[in-house]
Write a protein that binds this ligand. Structure first.
Ligand code: SF4
Length: 701
């Protein structure tokens, strides 16, 4: 903390968790608190996304900084190569030397692609950029992807196809308050990002979700389709809009292409057919489409509930088709958007840690993109690898011909967050080398050969890009504990040990300014966004190609970044989930977040005030009764992939054919031990949100 006249100055920064990136301030803790929490955390009242609001996770985030289980030194196995032997402390020199030696040996034996990298949507922009570069320049491997593949990839794929760009919200979040109607599809901000609710007028928003969530309970209208049928619902709404002359033909004619093919495709989305697929009554469909058409301005937002399916890209596309037909994108207080989940879910997918991308949201298979980025990096474009496998495919190939033999994991707890988690744990066990950088000994770190203690949010400088595409500064307020080091330094030191150190810097500002050059001219253009501008302007929205450019809070006002300037309709059809209920597995399982936990829970599960309900399964009372289950009983859920146990919570706010579990827990309550890894053909997103499940009582409370 800096001081002015001996008085410490509060450091403005942002919450370490979700994509809302609420503004906070850090100052020294009171004498009374200092032993337990080193910093006092207050909200920034003038930051636009939260305006002083924080959720329970944000209010308690400073506790992470003083957690007694924080990793303070590198750890290696007592017997090198034997993961059954205990982890023991090591020096950085020993740990990184061992990792570098193993990488060089494995690459000599099995080629460059034998080393894989797995990143995360919580990494700062600089780290995400450095990790992508590390894979392509230091390791020269094609094997890199990240956990955002399990999060945002379907909406990103649909946005790129339809609009030629993927930015979660193409307008500031505060525009929600100006819309006459907001439709939330598979999104529950009242639990996942409560401060966002202040931008929603309860009389003016509609929720589509199989559960009556905290958000749905406050909505003007709630529709509860079967999980995995949101596409059919959107097509049914578009069918009605066309049939009842509610579409905006002038907008369609002047600003879009491909409408006729979509019109023909949704001609068969008859309301009674849609009702039988989705379970949503035709009267509700009709009510919603008339509300949308009547609204002077309207916003359609999808989130993971609609997107994490094997047809997630097509589902997002169906909602985009509806928004385009109603003439919404690019109009004031109107449009389509997707609500990013992870803290840097947006920036994390722009700077090159995706299997098929280079910085600036460039395509790795585009010769011009390769030439530009190689020029910034000072290498020959031919040195750049080609696109590699997506996250699940890379993990699933371990131990098989052509699979990676070593994996370097940053900011991800794979064995809790990957689908079919038991299978993935088996695959990780087949690695010759697993290296995990983390702040705590997560379930994945506990399996590693080498664990590297890294810095966390308030201990480092950098930038994050929130759900609006607004680039923000993350500031350091405290020194890291023990021997913890920034991932930037870890990557730079490892690159040096591999003989490629001259391409890397441990300094975040240096890496950020290089990122700006690498992104220049790309879709996500940061060239004009300096750290000084971010601080002076409460963040800057990309694209921002020059220092004189004001940034772009609102996209599509003058057209779309497609070759002809038009948004593209793309015809899509409903397909049932890969697994449907049958005699052996008679219900639908869906997963999601709760108000007190974040992602795999490796951070939030440590904070006492965030205990919440713990690992519970939400069951409809009718379902529970027919299976002999009472409130607080332990229940075992079984799918074709595994089983997990939860405490039963009974209510009437979920469909009687559906079971909900949170994905924040490991061990016996790992929700992803149950989930289906069937992949979306375009985004390679697994089908987290719908699979067939059996439910049985496993014991009393
Ligand atoms: Fe942090 Fe998200 Fe909560 Fe805001 S809403 S305090 S960013 S977790």
């Amino acid at each position: 903390l800096q001081s002015m006249g001996g008085v410490p100055v509060a450091v403005p920064t942002h919450c370490p968790y979700c994509s809302l990136q609420c503004g906070i301030e850090l100052s020294p803790a009171s004498d009374q608190d200092r032993g337990r929490i080193p910093l006092r955390l207050a909200s920034q009242t003038d930051f636009p996304t939260n305006r002083g609001g924080l959720c329970a996770k944000g209010w308690t985030a400073a506790e992470l900084l003083a957690d007694p289980e924080r990793l303070l030194t590198p750890l290696v196995r007592s017997e090198a190569g034997n993961r059954r032997s205990p982890l023991r402390p090591a020096t950085w020199e020993e740990a990184l030397g061992y990792v570098a030696d193993r990488i060089l040996t494995l690459q000599a034996e099995s080629g460059r692609d034998s080393i894989g990298c797995f990143g995360g949507g919580g990494l700062t922009n600089e780290k995400a950029y450095a990790f992508g570069k590390f894979a392509r320049v230091a390791l020269r491997t094609s094997a890199i992807d990240y956990n955002g593949r399990f999060c945002m990839s379907s909406a990103a794929s649909a946005g790129n196809k339809a609009f030629g760009i993927d930015r979660g919200l193409p307008f500031p979040l505060t525009d929600l308050a100006g819309a006459d109607l907001v439709v939330l599809v598979g999104s529950n901000p009242a639990d996942t990002m409560p401060p966002a609710m202040q931008h929603l007028d309860p009389a003016k928003f509609v929720v589509i979700d199989p559960r009556r969530t905290a958000t749905a309970a406050n909505a003007a209208l709630h529709l509860a389709p079967r999980p995995g049928t949101d596409l059919a619902l959107a097509n049914g709404l578009l069918h009605l809009a066309i049939r009842e002359d509610l579409v905006d033909l002038e907008y369609i004619r002047t600003r879009t292409s491909g409408f006729e093919a979509v019109r023909a495709r949704v001609a068969s989305a008859w309301p009674d057919r849609v009702e039988s697929i989705t379970g949503v009554a035709t009267a509700d469909l009709r009510s919603l489409i008339h509300q949308l058409a009547r609204a002077g301005s309207a916003i359609v937002l999808t989130a993971r509930g609609a997107e994490q399916h094997r047809n997630g890209t097509d589902t997002a596309q169906a909602w985009i088709n509806l928004a385009l037909a109603l003439g919404l994108p690019g109009r004031p207080f109107s449009g389509y958007g997707t609500i990013t989940g992870q803290g840097n879910g947006q920036g994390g997918r722009e700077h090159g840690q995706k299997a098929d991308q280079l910085p600036g949201y460039r395509r790795l298979d585009d010769p011009a993109a390769r030439a530009h980025v190689a020029g910034v990096w000072g290498i020959d474009p031919d040195e750049l690898p080609q696109p590699g496998l997506s996250a699940f495919e890379m993990l699933d190939r371990i131990g098989r011909p052509g699979g990676v033999r070593a994996l370097l994991v940053l900011a991800s707890n794979i064995v809790v967050s990957a689908p079919d988690a038991n299978r993935i744990a088996d695959r990780l066990a087949a690695l010759d080398l697993l290296v995990v950088s983390d702040i705590f000994l997560s379930e994945t770190a506990a399996l590693a050969d080498v664990v590297l203690p890294t810095t966390q949010w308030a201990e480092e400088e950098g930038t994050m890009t929130n759900l609006e595409g607004r680039v923000l500064r993350r500031r350091q307020a405290i020194e890291p504990p023990g021997q913890a080091r920034s991932d930037l330094r870890i990557l730079a030191d490892l690159a040096t040990a591999l003989g490629r150190g001259r391409y890397f810097s441990a300094d975040p500002r240096t890496m950020y300014d290089e990122l700006r050059r690498a992104s220049a001219g790309g879709i996500a253009d940061y060239a004009g966004i300096t750290w000084e501008r971010i601080e002076a302007e409460q963040g800057v929205f990309w694209p921002c190609p020059t220092l004189a450019h004001p940034g772009t809070p609102r996209l599509f006002t003058d057209g779309f970044p497609t070759p002809d300037g038009r948004a593209r309709f793309i015809p899509v059809d409903h397909r049932p989930p890969a697994e449907n209920p049958d005699r052996d597995f008679p219900y639908v399982l869906t997963t999601g977040r709760t108000s007190t936990q974040y992602q795999s829970g490796s951070q939030t599960r440590r904070i006492g005030a965030l205990d919440g309900a713990g690992p519970v399964a939400q069951l409809h009372r009718d379902l529970a009764r027919s299976n002999g289950i009472a409130q607080d009983d332990m229940v075992r859920l079984r799918t074709r992939r595994g089983s997990a146990t939860f405490r039963a919570v009974l209510d009437d706010s979920i469909r009687p054919d559906t079971v909900f579990v949170p994905f924040h827990y490991g061990g016996a309550s790992t929700a992803n031990a149950l989930t289906d890894p069937a992949l979306d053909p375009s985004s390679r997103m697994p089908a987290f949100k719908a699979c067939a499940v059996a439910v049985e009582r496993a014991g009393g409370p």
